[in-house]
Design a protein around this ligand. Structure first.
Ligand code: SF4
Length: 640
């Protein structure tokens, strides 16, 4: 049955809203397939505004891979701003895809990629606007399978009631496998309705269907166990790992935004995973092991991506791009190749070492000399040992000295506040470090014209990390420490003016903490916040801490648990955590030992360069570390 475009009904609303261009679709490299020729149809959502959502790599990759399948189609949808939401409600226009303006409810699968938990209320808006019941149990065969992915899906329990399914890990292969299951089930005449389809997906062990699991609680509110409630459903669900990135060189046809977005460049993921072992870093832990893309594939992807998109900036993405075994050759090869053109290169995340300055110089050969950012994360030597960020003050000073002496005038330093075992002195150490950075810069350049900006975020303990048991620091303490740090920086007559200071207050981190380590009971809080008008919680101007606290108090009134219980409470070793049945491959005992090591300031090396220390991922997932060098070099562009 054909589905009509909603555009004729949407178009009259667009002159009345801000940035209407974000809703019209038709971007370069977007795809519109014939509805009737596809047997499996996906609506893919990044649950934030177009300007954040469009550049998202995960969605772009899946969009392209699914559309390459002959019998499958994928379209994109983003969160609509409150101005359009109000008009859509009053005019009865449902949530639509931007590609062909088809109603989201008409698709087979509604896949939502969550990089952060703060997108949860936007999921509810989209479901509600789409006409899809918020609670999965109320959905019928007319509704799509609502499927979550992305890093937040490693603990989807807070949104379990709103999801039909969730997948953990790399999406490329599992998206194709899910399409295949849906296609077969539809071809057979959809036997058993959505329940059987979900059962088929769940029985693979690689798709989590929350309603097939019951959560039992102790009287004090802790979880007793999570158990499958029907036969054939595995007790653990495993994550997916793509083992040869060269076989998946996506995006091949990067989307070129119509409206302004946060990143306007072609991004190539140069490797996936990170084994540096920073204990706060969920992304590093859940994406293990390291799998590099080869230098030649990177070169081919850059050449192809620029040709297909017309972007004049290339970003080399990963969790720590300077760690690629051939990054020097990649940087030099690309800089040589694009010398004299208007194509510039950028390396978004950098480690604190002098090698990065050589890279930065290579990258700035052909373009802007943007600021350098380093992330020592902890303000004191002790703090950096606790978080396993193996960076000494000496390393940092040596690196910034090199940067300043080579002509850089501005460096940014990123830290976290509220880390486990942190004391006031650790945060005030940030001021000392920043002053030493400026002092080193002045000595290296003989000039007072050097600056650094200190940027600080609140630490949130995350599932599947050694800090998953930790008590989150309360927001009053975080705010007080940040104020004292500000006063120490601003009050310094000699260095204060050379140091910029950016920080957020601690309250949003508490909400993020509630959502990150929450269980199914937190779903009621999310719903109450959404009903109270909560939208775009990742945006300072839309976020309301008071609304979250109000909602939590009401929604958890009959429970023995509250926001403090979820956030500032330390967990015991054997407490069942809401995500224990979701397997990221990390051995629980290893994580616990790493947590104990953190409290004794014991550091752990990177297993890329030292023997495996048995974190559990490789044997559990059948994976291995994949790093070069390949010894190959990039060839110059062939002029045709
Ligand atoms: S199992 Fe060993 S090699 Fe694999 S990621 Fe863990 S520590 Fe590294």
């Amino acid at each position: 049955m054909s589905v009509e475009s909603l555009f004729p009904r949407l178009e009259p609303l667009l002159p009345k809203v801000q940035k209407p261009i974000q809703y019209v679709g038709g971007e370069l490299n977007s795809t519109v397939k014939d509805w009737d020729e596809a047997s499996v149809r996906w609506a893919l959502m990044y649950p934030d505004a177009y300007e954040i959502g469009l550049p998202n790599q995960g969605v772009q990759i899946l969009y392209e891979i699914l559309n390459e399948l002959p019998d499958t189609m994928a379209e994109r949808t983003y969160a609509v701003w409150p101005d359009l939401e109000a008009l859509m409600r009053s005019e009865g226009v449902p949530q639509f895809t931007v590609d062909a303006h088809r109603p989201v409810r008409a698709f087979d699968v509604f896949g939502v990629s969550f990089s952060t938990e703060l997108g949860y209320t936007n999921l509810l808006t989209a479901l509600d606007l789409a006409g899809i019941p918020l609670d999965a149990v109320d959905r019928t065969d007319e509704d799509p399978i609502v499927l979550a992915g992305g890093h937040a899906a490693f603990n989807p329990e807070p949104i379990a009631d709103f999801l039909d399914a969730a997948v953990l890990g790399d999406g490329e292969q599992i998206a194709i496998a899910i399409s295949e299951v849906v296609r077969e089930w539809k071809e057979e005449g959809s036997p058993g309705g959505r329940d059987e389809l979900l059962m088929r997906l769940a029985s693979t062990g690689g798709v989590y269907v929350p309603k097939f699991y019951d959560v039992e609680y102790h009287p004090d509110g802790r979880i007793m166990r999570v158990v499958p409630n029907r036969p054939g459903v595995p007790s653990r669900i495993f994550k997916h790992t793509v083992m040869d990135l060269d076989e998946w060189p996506y995006p091949k046809k990067p989307l070129v935004p119509l409206a302004e977005t946060v990143h306007e460049r072609f991004s190539v993921e140069i490797f996936r995973g990170c084994t540096r072992g920073c204990r706060f870093c969920q992304a590093g832990m859940i994406t293990r092991p390291v799998r590099e893309r080869s230098i030649t594939t990177i070169g081919d992807m850059v050449e192809n991506g620029i040709r297909e998109s017309g972007f004049n900036e290339v970003g080399l993405l990963s969790l720590s791009s300077a760690d690629h075994s051939e990054i020097g050759d990649v940087a030099k090869g690309l800089a040589d190749r694009y010398e004299g053109t208007n194509t510039s290169l950028s390396l978004p995340s950098t480690r604190v070492d002098a090698f990065n300055i050589d890279l930065a110089n290579e990258f700035s050969r052909n373009g802007r000399r943007s600021g350098l950012t380093f992330a020592p994360e902890g303000g004191s030597e002790r703090m950096r040992k606790v978080i396993n960020k193996m960076v000494t003050e000496e390393d940092l000073i040596r690196t910034v000295t090199t940067a300043y002496s080579q002509g850089w005038r501005q460096v940014k330093l990123y830290f976290m506040c509220g880390l486990p075992t942190e004391e006031d002195v650790d945060v005030l150490g940030i001021a000392d470090l920043a002053k030493k950075v400026i002092q080193a810069g002045r000595e290296a350049t003989g000039s007072k014209d050097v600056r650094c900006t200190v940027s600080i975020g609140g630490f949130v303990p995350k599932p599947h990390t050694p800090f998953q048991w930790a008590a989150q620091c309360d927001h009053e303490t975080v705010d007080r420490r940040l104020r004292e740090l500000r006063d120490s920086l601003r009050g310094d007559k000699e260095y204060g003016r050379a140091i910029g200071y950016r920080y957020h207050d601690g309250k949003p981190s508490i909400v993020e903490g509630l959502l990150s380590r929450g269980d199914r009971r937190v779903g009621r809080v999310i719903r109450a916040v959404w009903e109270d008008g909560g939208r775009f919680d990742g945006w300072t101007e839309h976020f309301s801490y008071e609304r979250w606290m109000r909602a939590a108090e009401k929604a958890l009134a009959d429970e023995t648990v509250d926001v403090d219980w979820y956030t500032i409470r330390e967990r015991e070793e054997h407490e069942v955590l809401p995500w224990d049945h979701l397997d990221a491959g990390l051995d629980r005992e290893w994580l616990w030992q790493d947590w104990q090591d953190a409290m004794s300031d014991v550091e752990v090396e990177d297993c890329r360069w030292t023997p495996c220390y048995d974190c559990g991922v490789c044997p559990t997932m059948g994976t291995e570390i994949q790093v070069g060098p390949t010894g190959k070099k990039l060839l110059p562009l062939t002029v045709i």
